[in-house]
Every structure is written in structure tokens, then in C-alpha cells.
Design a protein around this ligand. Sequence first.
Ligand code: URA
Length: 237
Amino acid sequence: MKERLQKIIAAAGMASRRQAESWISAGEVTVDGVVAVLGDKADPLRQRILIRGSPLQLRSGSHCYILVNKPVGVMCTRFDPQGRPLIFDLVKEVPGRLVTVGRLDMTTEGAILLTDDGELVHRLAHPRFQVKKTYLVRARGKISPADIRRLEGGLVLEDGPTAPAQVDHVRFGGGHTWLEITLHEGRNRQVRRMLEAVGHPVSRLKRICYAFLPIGDLPSGHYRFLTAKEIARLKNL
Ligand code: URA
């Protein structure tokens, strides 16, 4: 059955009706590849509706799941006494009380999941689940092969030894080493502390993949809704 687009988007829980109308007016909604205008109707079960590039996401149960590309300088806390930008400001139009799954430091950018599914947050944060996270790291100086082996094999931090990690794509240039590191644990400032422990402080840090969700070409400061398949996979981790 055809309904007005703003009603479909609001019913899917992706935004308020007013927000949906402003997306439509801004040309950010397409139906079967054609840019919609305010007043257009569509059939969500038979037509492909894209909102700011994300497929219309009918809610999975009553919850909502979003992948955000956090910019540097944005806080993952609910409130900042110094008034710095919050990750929740980036998803203001999404209804529901969203929380972040874990946190990224203010100076870290990249993939972070937001949801209002408390049970999933609890499960993913539990050390038993060991969700894998991959970071792109730029560190000062040239890291020796022996220190790469230390990062991979585990080294001792003040809160105990680190679990084995995987390091890939190591390259050196302009006084910095670039590498990708995949961890299965998520301790506070872990990547920064590991690199400090081998004497090469991090000068740039980006989470490029959370579990099986790469940040891909999602622009900094933007978000997308997970697909039904991704949500099911996350719940089955
Ligand atoms: N490790 C860090 O050091 N910082 C982050 O934000 C995430 C992982």
C-alpha cells in the first residue's frame, strides 16, 4: 500500500515526521532511484527507498541500530561540562534513547555503534564476546619488527598483559609508522597505551572496523542505519 514518504520514514523510527519532511525537501530521499519531492507516496514493501543513502530500515523489534563515523573532537559522553560536541548531537533526529557501544577517545575517529537496545550493548561490552576491532594507527618514529612482534604477542600494561593482537600493513614514511592493529579486547585507551609501551606514541587513530562493520566510505560525522541482515549478525556474534 502506498503511503506518504514522511509517514513511512517516521513509522520506521528513523526520524520524526518533520525531520523526514526536511530530508525530502532537501532531495535526500529517493524512491527506486528517483529523487522524491514532498507529497510523494511510496510502497515500502515493493519500492526501494533510500534516505541520505541508507536503505529505509524498518525497525527490528522496537530498536534502532546506527553506525557513526565519529570525527576527532567529538565526545562519546552524554554530557560535557566544557560544552564540547557530543556524538549524540550527530544523531539528534533519530528518536529513542541511544547509547554508544563502548567509547572512543575524543581524539580518536571512526566506527562507533549507537543503539537503544540495552541488551545488545551489555552483551557486546562483555569481555566474553571479544568483538574484534581494527584501528588504523599513525605512530611517531619507525617501529622495528621486534616491536611489531611485541604488539602482536602481548605486552604488559599497568592493568595487565594484553591479549594477542594482529598487526597488518605496516609502512613507514614522513617520520611516522602507519599500521593496522586488530584487537579482541577493549580496555581504556588500549591502542595508545600499547604504542606508548613500545616507545612510539600515537599521533592519529581511526577505528576502521567494528566487528564485521567497516567504516568504508561513510563520511566523517555521518551515520547510517544497519540493515536487517547486519542486525541479525550482530545479535548472533
Ligand atoms: N584505543 C585507544 O587508545 N583509544 C580509542 O579511542 C580506542 C582504542
